[in-house]
Structure formats: structure tokens, C-alpha cells
Design a protein around this ligand. Structure first.
Ligand code: HAM
Length: 358
């Protein structure tokens, strides 16, 4: 928690995430009365007093979605499918890692078993995990230190401690994800960093950011609303870190050569290039240009941006009505009729974001 005293010596804490605040808003405004099953989303800045590192900031932005009021496993699956479709829409390949951390009773039994196991290795754990052993032993499971990972490799797993109701709920969620054609990996080590979770817990990781950094995560929370004086109803939701989404999208673009560059030479060429650029973008094709400079400097720029194709438009192209298209991977060059350029590019490339538009 990012907490401090302000200039008037008032104690201030900045919100670390949106879910708890959404529950307070639901409770204070009795929102469930008119919408017994409530679906809400938020976008905004969050603050965590963590050690800053790559893609870990003290101020960052989240998009967050919640479904409150119903504990059917259909909702777990529906919310997860929504999260997956957001990632798909912005072209991020990710792995959905899912677990059930059970209810309070399952966790109490598991915590005892885990503590028994960890107590045999306590002095070999890192300092943080020695502290977690006392405060929240389950958090040792997502420690990134090699020595702790080696010890935790043999630790008891929460999935072996689920009671009948939590187990069947988890199996139902997985079955529904199968039905929706969503692939996932069951990862019994996912515990999540926030205290309010119960049963379904999940994270999205992507190679683009390294396995240790999640781009998003979420899960079910059974007692959260009740704990702040609200009704005893469950909810499920997720959040994505916007900076991490953007970073992943940028890496996607640079690793995949997913851009078309238009090199127009001279005013007349720029006048035909300008609407072409707008049309390519309308079709979801990432398109860049510079409305000045020699062919050489534009090609250099295209290379720097990792363009997949460069469309060259100069005097020759204007008089023949055929544009020169260079495949930057194979370095081949072909002439394409001006009115065929968009369909050529959208067929040839894997970078058309909105395939349906073309
Ligand atoms: P969370 O896993 O703590 O979940 O955060 C969600 C996402 O926010 C992370 O996967 C990550 O992308 C991003 N994030 C977290 N901390 C940082 C940071 N220091 N710098 C940059 N990005 C960060 C939650 O916050 C839950 N409220 C999600 C949820 C909604 N669960 C149920 N409903």
C-alpha cells in the first residue's frame, strides 16, 4: 500500500487496485438492489509501493472488470473468456494459467500442510519467504528466487486439499473453458497477491514480457463484499496492467514486422499516398509514413520501424498506375496496380488487426 502523511499530517493511502473500491461503491450505493447481478468496469491509475523495476511501477494504469452477485461457474468461464477476447483483439498471445485456491476451510488445511513442509527448510528460504512463512505462507509459492523455487517444487499442492464443493466448482469452470475452446494451463502455484480471493484464481502471462510478469490476473472473491458490511454474495473479475499491455503490443509489432510503410516521393505522390494511408488504417493495417525526405531516408526509417512491406510511390508509379511494393523480409520488389494494393497487403500479411474489415 502506498501510504503517507500529507502536508496537513492527514494519513493518505493511494488505491492499489480497483476491486475493493468497487465493492465499497456497490455497498454504499446499494447497487445490487436494482441489479442483483452487476457487471461493471473501471479504467484508471493505481499505486503500489513496490520496488520499481522493468514493467513494475509505483503508479500504473489498470483496466478492470467485475461480475458481482452470482457464484455460478458459468460466470467464472464467461469472465475469463471476456479477458481472453480482449487480449485477442489487441493481438497479444498469452497463456492463461488457472488454479483454485479453495474456500477458507480448504485453505486452512492446506496452510497447515504447507507450513509443516516449509518448516523443514526454513533457514534455506530467502528472507522474504521467511517473513511470508509467518505472515502468509501461500505467498512463498510465487517467489522467484531459485533456491525457494527448488524447495517449493516439492511442496504440497492446494489442489490436493480442495473439498468436494470447491473441486467440483473448479472442474466445472475448466469444462466450460474447454467448451468455449479456450486453452489454459492449470498451475497449482498461482496464489495471487491480494488477500480476498477464493476458489478460481488466474493469471495471463506472455513470453513478450517474460514468464515472471503477468499482464493480467483475477479471480473469484467470496467474502469480500460481506467483509465490508454488504450482502454475502460472491463476485469474479480481472484486471490488466495497461503499461504491460502496451509493452507487449510494442514487442509484438517489432518482433513480427507488422507494419506497412508508405514512401511517397514528391507532392503529387503524397496526394495519392495520403488517402491510401487512411484507407489502410481503416482496414486495420498498421501504416506509417513520413511526409518528407528522400527515398533513402524513408527506407532507413521503414527499416528502423521493422516494416514488413514498403509501398513506394514516385513519378514512375504515378504514370504507370502501379505501385512498387517491397517485401522487407525477402527483399523482393513487385508492381501492384494502385487499386489492388490494399487487398494485396491484407492477404499477404499477418498484421491486419481487423481481418473482418477487409
Ligand atoms: P493484480 O494481479 O494485482 O490484480 O493486478 C492486475 C495487473 O495489474 C497485473 O497483472 C499487472 O499487469 C498490473 N500491475 C500490477 N502491479 C503493477 C505494477 N506495479 N506496475 C505495473 N503493472 C502492474 C488486481 O489488481 C485485481 N484487482 C484484479 C481483479 C479484479 N481480481 C478480481 N477482480
Amino acid at each position: 500500500m502506498f501510504s503517507f502523511q500529507d502536508i496537513n499530517e492527514d494519513n493518505v493511502s493511494l488505491r492499489p487496485e480497483a476491486t475493493a473500491g468497487i465493492m465499497r461503491a456497490i455497498q454504499e450505493n446499494t447497487l445490487l438492489r436494482s441489479n442483483p447481478i452487476l457487471k461493471v468496469y473501471t479504467v484508471g491509475p493505481m499505486f503500489r509501493r513496490e520496488r520499481p523495476s522493468k514493467a513494475r511501477y509505483r503508479q500504473f494504469y489498470q483496466i478492470n472488470a467485475e461480475l458481482v452477485g452470482d457464484d455460478s461457474p458459468y460466470n467464472d468461464a464467461d469472465v475469463i473468456v471476456t479477458a481472453v477476447s480482449i487480449l485477442k483483439a489487441i493481438g497479444i498471445e498469452s497463456t492463461l494459467e488457472i488454479n483454485s485456491i479453495g474456500c477458507l476451510e480448504c485453505r486452512a488445511a492446506y496452510r497447515t500442510a504447507l507450513k509443516d513442509y516449509l518448516s523443514m527448510w526454513l533457514s534455506s528460504l530467502c528472507e522474504d519467504c521467511q517473513r511470508r512463512f509467518v505472515t502468509n505462507p501461500m505467498r512463498t509459492l510465487d517467489c522467484k528466487e531459485d533456491r525457494c523455487r527448488a524447495i517449493l517444487g516439492q511442496a504440497p499442492l492446494i489442489l490436493d486439499y480442495l473439498d468436494e464443493s470447491c473441486r467440483s466448482q473448479f472442474e466445472a469452470v475448466l469444462g466450460l473453458l474447454d467448451l468455449a475452446g479456450i486453452s489454459y494451463q492449470v498451475n497449482p502455484k498461482i496464489v495471487r497477491g491480494l488477500d480476498y480471493y477464493s476458489r478460481t484464481a488466474f493469471e495471463f502471462t506472455t513470453e513478450l514480457l517474460g514468464q515472471s510478469k503477468a499482464i493480467g490476473g483475477g479471480g473469484r472473491y467470496d467474502g469480500l463484499l460481506k467483509s465490508i458490511g454488504g450482502p454475502d454474495v460472491s463476485g469474479i473479475g480481472f484486471a490488466f496492467g495497461i503499461e504491460r499491455l502496451i509493452e507487449s503490443m510494442m514487442r509484438n509489432i517489432s518482433s513480427d514486422r507488422s507494419l506497412v510503410y508508405i514512401a511517397a516521393l514528391g507532392e503529387e505522390a503524397r496526394r495519392v499516398a495520403f488517402p491510401l494511408i487512411q484507407n489502410l488504417r481503416k482496414y486495420g493495417i498498421l501504416t506509417e509514413t513520413r511526409f518528407s525526405g528522400s527515398l533513402k531516408s524513408q527506407m532507413k526509417n521503414a527499416d528502423k520501424l521493422n516494416a514488413a512491406f514498403v509501398v513506394m510511390i514516385g513519378d514512375n508509379e504515378l504514370s504507370s498506375g502501379e505501385y512498387t511494393v517491397r517485401d522487407m523480409k525477402g527483399s523482393e520488389q513487385i508492381q501492384i496496380a494502385a487499386d489492388q494494393v490494399i487487398s494485396f497487403l491484407s492477404e499477404r500479411c499477418n498484421f491486419c488487426l481487423d481481418k473482418d474489415a477487409s
